[in-house]
Write a protein of this length. Structure first.
Length: 456
């Protein structure tokens, strides 16, 4: 998941983070006493948000429980480094953490590995659980059981330049109701000024997860199979052979073939997003793109590409389903959550730490107001102190009701890579939509096994 912070906030804890962000056990012994827990989390000097939050929660907890021994174990480096350290820690009950900071896309794999505790009995007794937006609970649910509490989420949408669309004869505010409406807009923009790129939807392996999260999945999950278009969680099988997959590839191919999307060379450029943010949108060269809820933060004061008046020029629209069918719109989400370790000897105190960290006050004041992620609590989203400087927070949060999550399974990254390869093959003209879909089907069957796929 991409996580952004305003530039003016990035350096707030840089000095202290540089000294503290190391993997520090603060004592290697097991959390065997009733008042001792270990909290393991990932944080870096450029993304110090979890460190800020957990230090505050430690302070709050130790004030509430003077005899508590709360050990913060911080892992710097990449997120992959963090996942490796978590796996190593769980090799022994004496080093396994009691509380774990989880990327929700990793949660299913960690459940499969036996790292997380089912906390259903705890959330059932917690009044605040009802204050979490229902769709965000899907990100911490695996096989019908709850393994964490959401801390943040995000959404994907269409970000568009109102001035360009108006001049092209497109009514604003613009809200497409189907994929055809997107093509209609692109035709009008191209007719108005052929030098403007009408619409970007990421494609190709170069963009990695951006291709699927800010691209193909917006299409796929808006087809007939909806939430089961990629993986059928009820049947526990990966879906292949669907018409929706072919339709999504065909739409992508159409955008690029007709010149409505960036050139193929730009599409496969790792700097594409940077180009759009720093040049194409501010200078009127781009009409619209699919991107995350964090996207405009780089244009704000203190952001990487300050753009005075961006909030008067840019607007947001929900991504439509293929033909306007229910529920009408589609979004994709990632996010972070906090879980309780399966080997914890003090799960009650560990869950209390989770409760404190995800409380309305702490999650908003020490986390999402900095990350500009969407807070998963309904009482925070309606709070006037929730990201008061973010003009798009309400629009972005409203999309949570339409959102979908990636399957949090260990083989997911391999499947995702095959999706990326399929999109690249159609935009480069190396394969038709049908051919690319067939290649994808064969690859997925090989990756997960013939018994773990279903043709729809």
């Amino acid at each position: 998941m991409s996580r952004k912070s305003y530039g003016k906030l990035m350096g707030v804890l840089a000095a202290t983070a540089a000294a503290s962000l190391v993997f520090s056990g603060c004592g290697a012994g097991s959390s065997s006493s009733d008042n001792s827990i270990k909290v393991m989390y990932w944080s870096t000097s450029s993304a110090p948000d979890s460190d800020r939050l957990f230090k505050q929660v430690k302070k709050d907890m130790e004030k509430k429980y003077p005899d508590a021994n709360i050990q913060l174990q911080v892992v710097a480096g990449s997120e992959e480094d963090y996942n490796t350290k978590v796996a190593l820690a769980f090799r022994s009950a004496s080093t396994a953490p009691d509380v774990i900071y989880e990327d929700t896309s990793q949660m299913g794999a960690d459940v499969e590995a036996g790292y997380l505790m089912d906390i259903g009995s705890y959330v059932d007794q917690w009044n605040d659980w009802d204050k979490f937006i229902d769709s965000t609970k899907k990100s911490v649910t695996y096989d019908g059981k709850i393994y964490g509490v959401p801390l943040s989420t995000d959404t994907r949408a269409i970000w568009y330049n109102k001035d360009i669309l108006q001049k092209a004869g497109v009514e604003v505010p613009w809200q497409p109701k189907s994929w055809d409406d997107i093509l209609d807009m692109a035709v009008k923009v191209k007719a108005y000024d052929a030098s403007i790129t009408p619409f970007n939807i990421y494609a190709g392996t170069t963009q990695g997860e951006g291709t699927v999260m800010q691209g193909f999945y917006q299409l796929l999950f808006g087809t007939k199979l909806g939430d089961n278009a990629l993986y059928d969680s009820a049947k526990k099988k990966w879906v292949i052979g669907s018409q929706g997959f072919k339709d999504s590839l065909e739409f992508t191919k159409t955008l690029y073939e007709k010149g409505y999307a960036p050139s193929v060379s730009d599409a496969l450029d790792t700097n594409l997003s940077k180009k759009m943010q720093s040049d194409w949108f501010p200078n009127g060269k781009m009409a619209a793109t699919v991107e995350g809820s964090w996207y405009p933060s780089s244009w704000a004061k203190g952001g990487s590409y300050e753009w005075d008046g961006y909030d008067k020029t840019m607007a947001v629209a929900a991504f439509p389903t293929e033909n306007g069918g229910d529920p009408g719109f589609v979004s994709m989400s990632g996010g972070w959550a906090i879980g309780v370790g399966s080997k914890s000897k003090n799960p009650k105190l560990a869950f209390e730490f989770v409760q404190e960290a995800t409380s309305a006050k702490n999650s908003m004041e020490y986390y999402t107001n900095y990350t500009l992620d969407i807070n998963p609590r309904s009482d925070v989203t309606s709070d006037p102190e929730n990201q008061p400087e973010n003009p798009y927070v309400k629009d972005a949060t409203n999309l949570v009701q339409y959102t979908h999550y990636r399957p949090g399974l260990s083989v997911y990254s391999k499947v995702s890579n095959e999706v990326q390869k399929a999109t690249e093959s159609v935009i480069t003209g190396k394969a038709s939509a049908d051919q690319a879909a067939q290649t994808y089907d064969q690859a997925v069957a090989e990756i997960v096994g013939e018994d773990n796929v279903i043709k729809e």
